[in-house]
Design a protein around this ligand. Sequence first.
Ligand SMILES: Nc1nc2c(ncn2[C@@H]2O[C@H](COP(=O)(O)O[C@H]3[C@@H](O)[C@H](n4cnc5c(=O)[nH]c(N)nc54)O[C@@H]3COP(=O)(O)O)[C@@H](O)[C@H]2O)c(=O)[nH]1
Length: 869
Amino acid sequence: MTQQDLYNLLLDPSLSLEVTTIDAQRTIGKIVTPELLTCRPETTIAEAARRMREAVCGSILVTNENGEAVGIWTEADVLRLDLLDPHALSHPISSVMSSPVKTLPHNITFSEAAVYFRHHNIRHYLVIDDDNRYRGVLSQTDVVLNQGAEFFLQLKEIGTIPLRPPLRVAHSLPLAEVARQMRQERQDAVIVDYDDGGEPGILTQRDVLRLVIKEQAQTAAGELASRPLQTLRQHTSLYSARKMMSEHRVRHLGVLDDNEQLRGLVGFADILAQIEHEYMQELHSALKERDEALNASRQNQRLAHKVFESTLEGILITNAAGIIESVNPAFSRITGWTQDDVVGKTPKVLSSGRQSDSFYRHMWTSLQENGFWQGEIVNRRKDGRNYHEHLTITGISNEQGVYTHFAGIFTDITQRKLNEERLHYLANHDSLTGLPNRTLFMERLSASITSTRRNQKQMALMFLDLDRFKIINDTLGHQAGDRLLCAVAERLTATLRESDTVARLGGDEFTVIVEDVQDVRHVARVAQKLVDALISPLELENQEIFATTSIGIAIYPSDGEDADVLLMNADTAMYRAKESGKNTFEFFTTDMNAETVSRMQIESGLHRAIERQELSLFYQPKYRLDTETLCGMEVLLRWNNAELGAVPPTRFIPVAEDSNQILAIGEWVLANACQQAQTWLAQGLLPGPIAVNLSGKQIRQPNIVETVRNILETSNLPASWLELEITESVAMDNTHEVGRTLASLKALGVRLAIDDFGTGYSSLAYLKRLPIDVLKIDRAFIQNLHEDPDDAAIVVAITSMAHTLGLEPIAEGIEHEEQFRFLRENGCTYGQGFLFSRPVPVQEMDDLLVESQALRAWGNPDAPHHHHG
Ligand SMILES: Nc1nc2c(ncn2[C@@H]2O[C@H](COP(=O)(O)O[C@H]3[C@@H](O)[C@H](n4cnc5c(=O)[nH]c(N)nc54)O[C@@H]3COP(=O)(O)O)[C@@H](O)[C@H]2O)c(=O)[nH]1
C-alpha cells in the first residue's frame, strides 16, 4: 500500500457518511461486522492503514500474542498524528492507538450502549458475544447516527449552529505557512482568497497534509486549493448540508448569509457534533427520567414493603400453583402461623372445613376467569380456634397475561360477626324473657304458614294473655311483674315441645305456634297443658301468686290464611276466654268475628258521640243504711247511638279506654255532673256529694288536677260536693305517682272513694297513706253475701277495717233485703243498689231528691224508702 492509498483511505468522505437509521431498540451485535480487523502492537501505522483500506474498515484492533485486545486505532485517530513528521507513518501502531479497550456485550440495545458511551466518555467499544469472543467495534458515531437523526437534522438550520469565523489566507501564501496558521488557529480548513475577484477556494487539513507529503510546502495556496468552494445558505437544514457533502464527496461547505456573504465554514464534524450534542441532551433527560423513575419505583417498592409489613390486614402470597411464598406479620398475628410454618404449603392449612368443596371450586373458577374473588369465610387458627375473615384474592399476571401469583388480603371479622349475631339476637328476642319477640315471631309465623301450606297440613296459633297481670304489676311493682313474666315464660317453654315456638309480643301477651297439627283435639290438649302449667302458684316477694292465663286459638287455614288474620282471630278468641271466666282457652269461631267488628263499630261511633249529643248521665242514689235516707248519688254514663242503640258502659267504656277516647268523654261527664250537682245544690236539693267515676287513664293524665279544678270553678260547685271514684287497682299503682295526684286532688277539697274494693291486691300500709274517704265494697262480695260465708266474712272484715282506718264503708249492688239487713247489722254505713234504685235519668233523680227533701222536712228519717226497678 502506498501513502497515497493511505490518504485515499483516510480522506474518503463517504466512509463515515453512509448513515442508516437503525432502530434504537435493536441490539448492537446486529450492526457490527462479524469480521474483525486486527494487528499486533508493533505493526506500523502505514501497515495498519493498508489493512483498513483493504478490508474497507474504519478501525483496527490491536491484539497481543494471546489474541487479547490491547488497543484500538480508528480513522478519527488519524487527525491526532503529527503529519508534518515525514516518518509519522512508520511508527508502530501501539504509539498512537487508544488503550485500554472497553467491551460491551452484543445483546444490549443502542439506547443502552449510549448510556455507556456517556458514562465512560469513551469513543469506541469492543463488542463481545456470549462466549467473550470479539464481535466488532462500535463507535460513538455509530450510536449517534443510529439514533434516527434525520428528523433532528431536517429541523435544524445550519445558521443555528455556532460557526467559527473562517480563517482566510491570500492565494499567494505558501502551503507551509498556511499549515502553520491552521495549527496555530486550530482550524481544520482555510479559505483561500484570490485577488482576481473570483470565487474563493478551500484547503483542508487533510489537503495540507497530503500536499506536504508531496513536497509542495512552498507552493502558493491558491494553486493547491479546491475551487470553487461549495456553499449553501444559512437557512438550509443540516440534513441538506449532509446530503450535499455526501453528493460532492467533501467534508466542508461554505455558509452564506442572507446577503450572499460567506459567514463561515461548516464541517462534517460540526454536524456530527450537533447531532451528538442534541442526542446527549436527550439522553441526559432520558437518563434523568429513568433515574427518577427508578427512584420512584425504589420508593414505591419501599412503600409496598412497609405496607406489607405494617398493615393490619393479613396478606398471603402464593405462586400460580397455590404454594405460599410469603405472608406478612399481620397474617401471623391473626392466624398464629409464622412465615416458616406456612411457606411452601398451600392455604389449606387454614381450612376449617366449614366451607364445602363446591365453595372452593367456585372461588377457583372466579380466580381463573376474573383474577378476583371476594367473600367471607371461616378459617382455623393454629391453635384450632375458628375465625371469620373477609378475604379478597387478586391474581397477579405477567406481561403475557398469565397469572404468576395470587395475593390474598384478609381482615379478621370475628368480633364484628359476634357483634352482628348479638345485635341480631337482641333485635329478635325479648330482653326480659329471652323468648322470640314480635319481629321474630311474625317471621316464624309466616314461615310456618308457608311450609304448612306447602305440605297441606294444619297449624295452630295460640294467643295468651295473663289474667289480672296489671293488678299484680300495679300492686307488687314492676320488678315483681318482670319476675312473674320470666317465670311464666319458663313454664310455657317447659310445657311445649322444642319444635313449637313460644314468643312474647309485649306486656303480658305471649304467643305459641304449634306446627303439624293432625287433629284439632291435640291443640286443645296442648292449650289445657299450658293453662294447667300456670295453675300452681308462683312464689314472688314471699307471696304465692296465681298467674293464670286466658288463651285464644286460631287454626291455619280454617281461621285465616295469613299471619295478620290468624293473629287477630286468636286475639279475639282470647278475649272470649277472658269473658268466659278467664283461666281457660277458647277456639276462634266465626261469630267472634262479629265481636271484632262490633268493637270497631263502637270505637268509630264513640268518636262523634259527644258532638251528636248521644251521651247522657244517669244517677244512682246512695243511702245511709241505718236511717235509709238518701245521702248522695253516683253518676253513671249512658250512650245511645242511632245505629247501635243503647250501648252498655261495660261494652263501650273498655273500648273508650283502649282508644284513649275516655279522656274527652270523662271530662264531659265530670263537667256535666258538676253542673247538674250545682243546680241541685242551688235548689237546696243535694243531700250529699255526687260521685263520678275516673278511669285509670284519666287519673294518670298529668293535668288531671288542673282539669278537676277548672271544672269545679266553671260549675261553681264547692269541691266538697264532688266525690271521685277510682278503682282499687288504679289507686294501688305506686309507679305512676297516682298517690301524689290523689293528694293534690284531696288538697282541692274533693272527696275520694276506692271503687270495687276487695278485687285487687291492696297493700294496707299503702292504703293507709292514701288520702281517701270512702271504701266501696265490690259488688261481687255483696252478690252472694247471704249464701257464701266467705264473702260475708270478707265484707265484715272490710267494713271493720274501713272504720279502723277512719274511712266510710259503702256496699254496692245491694239487690236483696237479706243483703241490706246483713250489711246494716254488720256496721256498713252506706249502700246503693237496685234494692233502693236503679240508675235513673236526671228528671227521675230530680223527683227523688224533691221527695227525699220533703221526707226530711216532714222529719220522718226512719221511713224505709225502697225503689225497686
Ligand atoms: N270511667 C267511667 N266509668 C263509668 C262511667 N259510667 C259508668 N262507668 C263504669 O262502667 C261500668 C258499668 O257501669 P253501669 O253499667 O252503669 O253499671 C253501674 C250500675 O248500673 C251497676 N249497679 C248498681 N247497682 C247494682 C245492683 O244492685 N246490681 C247490679 N248487678 N248492678 C248494679 O253497677 C255499676 C256501678 O259500678 P261501680 O262504678 O263499680 O260503682 C262500671 O264499672 C262503672 O264504674 C263513667 O262515667 N266513667
